[in-house]
Design a protein around this ligand. Structure first.
Ligand code: F6R
Length: 604
């Protein structure tokens, strides 16, 4: 949940650290700090609040040095104050940490008995004190190894030592990637922090320790045995992680969805939709001969994509599907066997609950397929196969383009599973997939209309979102988007469930946004809509283009293009994303970094 960066080379590193932290701020943004090593002396600068505070401090103090580490925090243990901000020091050691040290209380009392004096309330500070204590009679590297052996939990840690011109990095259950430069080395939580400097990366595995020097680096296990590594070259442009002319990343990411969906279909939907080539060769025999059940685990928006997946896979491939919150799935002794497929959906690939859920299911004999946006992150690396979503870096905390690319992968997977089970490729549907990006573009060109709706409705304090079938998960997603960035209370419900409780909430102060597209449930939705109006509720309908007759039943309307019912979620979700964005912007909230949230949830 925090972002970390390290640099060693010839350049004065404070700018590189700050620049990297600005790309990692989506991971945590309640406080930040850097430490720079220069002539056997480590300078630390820390501030609470957003990164701007740290910029000002660095500008005033101008720390010199070409070896440094930086951290942006999302508080878990200890309030987001300057004192609790990283880096933390003890003796000649300075560290930054992303993760949670689960046994920190025992370690802290042990260290206090040994004479350590703590200055923060964090779990992380114990790492610096352990290093200091363990360094008596040991080399720097040996002290690190001894320290790691005491730690339980999740950690990606960078260490500076006053007497060595190197950075030691080690990780367990928290992400860390090394960037290989020429005469300089980088290390960070995620590649957007390094894209400006290198395209060559080593994705570290759990249980690995790296020693970075200016012109070299070595990789070891936690017993200091050398390990082989692979350098991967990624052709991702730094511009993909820039805001461009957009006011917020979220808006840019909403407007990128035609491109990101095209990229996700590219190389998979072939010959104009006559052929589907899904890179799941490892699992195809299993799909054909053994698959009896699918269990989708995910969190938040990715869980909503999973709910859409249930409808699509059951409808097309006729395989039963359960969808579980990963945090619940882990702790409810689920029934899994070797005929089960677990599909883990995650933008970041690092969500702790999702990661642990697949590890558990794998141990119970299930096959694991992940759908993920971040290359080589922990979830794909713990899976039997992965289908990447090519959304590009998603920086806004509220997920938008990652969601629709997850839908793109899921619909291809459902078509593929059907082909594996029946030998029949649904060419008609496959061809229709290729029309999705252009139709989304059409919706985005009408974004002004959504802005007008946001201007009209932003002052309401409660909203109801309703949808049936494939549009029920979209109602949940619309409500989640609105809550998380505008802090307005919103509830998502299946339209048919409304009369079983939520209708009691409806009055002139609680508008309803209802998915009322022309599919086989339309007449029922129309009845729900009239029930709301009969109780003085205001209704905004998301309806199918050309259905002018719906106008008499609602206060406002936004049209989405006609499509096969199976593809409607791609279109109905776009106006809801835009509505949440414009309402939040009108209210002046911090759209890209809403309060209390972080982009990547690596804690349980
Ligand atoms: C909502 C949002 C979160 C994430 C959730 C899972 O806009 O972004 O609900 O969807 O934290 O994250 P990933 O997909 O990275 O596993």
């Amino acid at each position: 949940m925090c972002g970390i960066i390290g640099y060693i080379g010839d350049k004065n590193c404070s700018d590189i650290l700050l620049q990297g932290l600005s790309k990692l701020e989506y991971r945590g943004y309640d406080s930040a700090g850097i430490a720079i090593l220069n002539n056997n002396n480590i300078t630390r600068l820390k501030t609470e609040g957003k990164l701007q505070g740290l910029y000002a401090k660095v500008y005033l103090e101008k720390p010199e040095g070409t070896i440094g580490i930086g951290h942006t925090r999302w508080a878990t243990h200890g309030a987001p104050t300057t004192i609790n901000a990283h880096p933390h020091s003890a003796g000649k050691f300075t560290i930054i940490h992303n993760g949670i040290i689960e046994n920190y209380k025992e370690l802290k009392s042990y260290l206090q008995k040994e004479g350590a004096i703590f200055s923060t309330e964090t779990d992380s500070e114990i790492i610096a004190h352990l290093l200091d204590l363990n360094s008596k009679n040991l080399t720097f590297e040996e002290a690190v190894v001894k320290t790691i052996s005491k730690l339980e939990g999740a950690f990606a840690v960078l260490v500076l030592f006053e007497e060595a011109e190197k950075i030691v990095a080690f990780k367990q259950h928290s992400p860390m990637v090394i960037g290989v430069g020429s005469g300089e080395m980088f290390v960070a939580s995620d590649i957007p922090a390094l894209l400006e400097y290198t395209k060559r990366f080593i994705f570290m595995n759990d249980g690995e320790l790296a020693i970075l020097e200016k012109n070299s680096f070595n990789l070891y296990d936690f017993s200091l045995n050398s390990k082989e590594y692979k350098i991967e070259t990624l052709n991702i442009s730094p511009l993909m992680a820039e805001k461009g002319n957009y006011k917020h990343f979220m808006l840019k990411e909403i407007f990128e969805q035609n491109r990101s969906i095209s990229d996700t279909f590219r190389g998979r939907v072939l010959n104009g939709g006559e052929k589907l080539d899904l890179d799941t060769s490892e699992l195809n025999d299993f799909f054909k001969n053994s698959l009896k059940r699918v269990i989708i685990t995910a969190c938040g928006t990715s869980w909503h994509a999973g709910l859409v997946g249930k409808y699509l896979i059951e409808h097309l491939a006729r395989v039963p599907v359960e969808v579980d919150y990963a945090s619940e799935y882990r702790y409810r002794s689920p029934i899994v066997d070797e005929n089960s497929l677990i599909i883990a959906i995650s933008q970041s690939g690092e969500t702790a609950d999702t990661l642990f859920s697949i590890k558990m299911a794998k141990e119970m004999g299930a096959k694991v397929l992940s759908i993920c946006n971040v290359f080589q992150s922990s979830i794909p690396r713990s899976s039997d196969a992965v289908l990447y979503t090519y959304a590009g870096p998603e920086i806004g905390v509220a997920s938008t383009k990652a969601f629709t690319t997850q839908l793109a992968v899921i619909i291809m997977l459902a078509i593929h599973l059907k082909e594996c089970k029946t030998g029949e490729l649904d060419v008609k549907l496959l061809k229709e997939l290729l029309s999705i990006p252009e139709k989304i573009d059409g919706i985005l060109q009408n974004s002004e209309l959504i802005l007008e709706l946001a201007q009209k409705y932003h002052h309401f304090r409660d909203f109801l979102f309703l949808g049936r079938g494939l549009n029920f998960p979209i109602a949940l997603e619309g409500a989640l988007k609105l809550k998380e960035i505008s802090y307005i209370h919103a509830e998502g419900y299946p339209s048919g469930e409304m009369k079983h409780g939520p209708i009691a909430l409806v009055d002139e102060d609680m508008p309803t946004i209802i998915m009322a597209t022309k599919n086989n449930q339309y007449e029922k939705v129309l009845s729900n809509l009239q029930e709301i109006r009969a109780r003085s509720g205001k209704v905004i309908a998301i309806a199918t283009e050309g259905n002018n007759s719906i106008k008499e039943f609602c206060d406002d309307i936004f049209f989405v293009p006609e499509s096969s019912a199976l593809l409607e979620p791609f279109f109905t979700v776009i106006p809801l994303q835009l509505f949440a964005y414009y309402v939040a912007d009108i209210k002046g909230t911090d759209v890209d970094q809403p309060r209390n949230l972080a982009k990547c949830v690596t804690v349980e």
